[in-house]
Design a protein around this ligand. Structure first.
Ligand code: TRP
Length: 343
């Protein structure tokens, strides 16, 4: 791993920043969607990807769990193919420049606008005993994460649109306030909208943990667990007319098959569905076996990396160095703009 390659990249490529929640256990949907996107981006842009452990303090995690979760997430992203040589992959709390910028931005973030943020209102409703100031100012911290590297592209899901809009507000407000042009406007970004759809196992929409662990296939699930979850996937009573459109539950299984099985296998089951002689038990068995084979190398890699404290430490260190170089540069400009001067 070396820094010079990254310095070389610096001049021409657009800057991408994204934060990853340290909740661990990526599932197949995360992998095919978000993670694969990152893997591609790291070569096309100057990317900063970090594990958002400051953010997670809003819910007061147990310190031991927090560290374990950060480790798991780091191992998972490395196993999936994030390359610490190609991007800056770091732990948010390694950068003291982020809370410094957050604090300064807080001076220009108003109670009224923060109280109106949907994610804050939602949290205030669901955890009325823990409506802390960190929760209120979550969008300010997120803005600091993004603009500290002067990012213009932020790969995030739809649920983060409002936070991103606030990041734009805080960035341009700072520029106006201090008559500077330090911060460009960051925008949501996702390429590869053709991304393959990964549905859940319970017959509903996309694979998501919010519908329970039985709905998702985690990258670290054992072969036995994968078989069990798929055997319990929702189906229907079977096609009655030839060439009928599969129900959503069955289409979901076909979609999963498309992600992990060969085209021949998928076509075989689609044809037997069209001919009304499909046996869902066989379909599930085949899907489970293909899923096991597909995920095995990733699972083994995650396990190996998680044990390798030397590697993890090296990755975190080089990531922090790269991120700090950019953060320090921005903070020099910010401090000068607000009027902090050394005597
Ligand atoms: N709020 C984001 C989420 O919940 C995580 C995040 C924190 C983030 N800081 C960020 C995403 C900066 C993009 C850029 O998923």
């Amino acid at each position: 791993m070396n820094l010079s390659y990254f310095r070389h990249m610096k001049s021409s490529k657009e800057i991408v920043v994204s934060g990853i929640r340290p909740t661990g256990n990526l599932h197949l949907g995360n992998y095919m969607g978000a993670v694969k996107n990152f893997i591609k981006m790291q070569h096309d842009y100057r990317c900063y990807f970090f594990i958002a452990d400051y953010h997670s303090l809003t819910t007061h995690p147990n310190p031991k769990d927090l560290h374990e979760n950060v480790k798991t997430v780091l191992a998972e992203y490395l196993a999936c193919g994030l390359d610490p040589d190609a991007c800056a992959l770091y732990i948010q709390s390694d950068l003291a420049q982020i809370p410094e910028l957050y604090m300064i931005l807080n001076m220009h973030a108003y109670l009224g606008e923060l109280e109106r943020v949907a994610s804050f209102k939602e949290k205030a409703r669901t955890q009325p005993n823990n409506i802390n100031a960190g929760l209120l100012t979550y969008p300010v911290l997120m803005a600091a994460d993004i603009i500290i590297h002067k990012a213009v592209k932020v790969p995030v899901g739809k649920d983060q649109e409002q936070h991103l809009e606030m990041a734009r507000t805080f960035a341009s407000r700072f520029n106006r306030m201090y008559e500077s042009d330090i911060f460009p406007e960051p925008h949501a970004f996702n390429y590869g909208t053709e991304l393959i759809k990964i549905p859940g196992l319970q017959g509903g929409g996309k694979m998501s943990k919010s519908d329970g662990d039985g709905n998702v296939i985690n990258l670290t699930d054992s072969p036995e667990l994968i078989r069990k979850k798929i055997s319990r996937a929702v189906t229907d009573t079977g096609p009655v007319e030839p060439n009928s459109t599969p129900s959503q539950a069955i289409q979901n299984l076909f979609d999963l098959m498309q992600a992990v099985s060969t085209t021949d296998t998928l076509n075989h089951y689609k044809e037997s569905h069209a001919k009304c002689n499909i046996r869902y038990g066989d379909l599930k068995k085949q899907l489970a076996e293909d899923m096991v084979v597909f995920l095995q190398p990733i699972r083994e890699k995650i396990e190996a990396i998680k044990q390798d404290d030397v590697l993890l430490a090296k990755v975190a260190k080089i990531g922090a160095e790269k991120a700090m170089e950019s953060a320090n540069q921005t903070m020099r400009e910010v401090r000068a703009a607000v009027g902090f001067k050394s005597f």
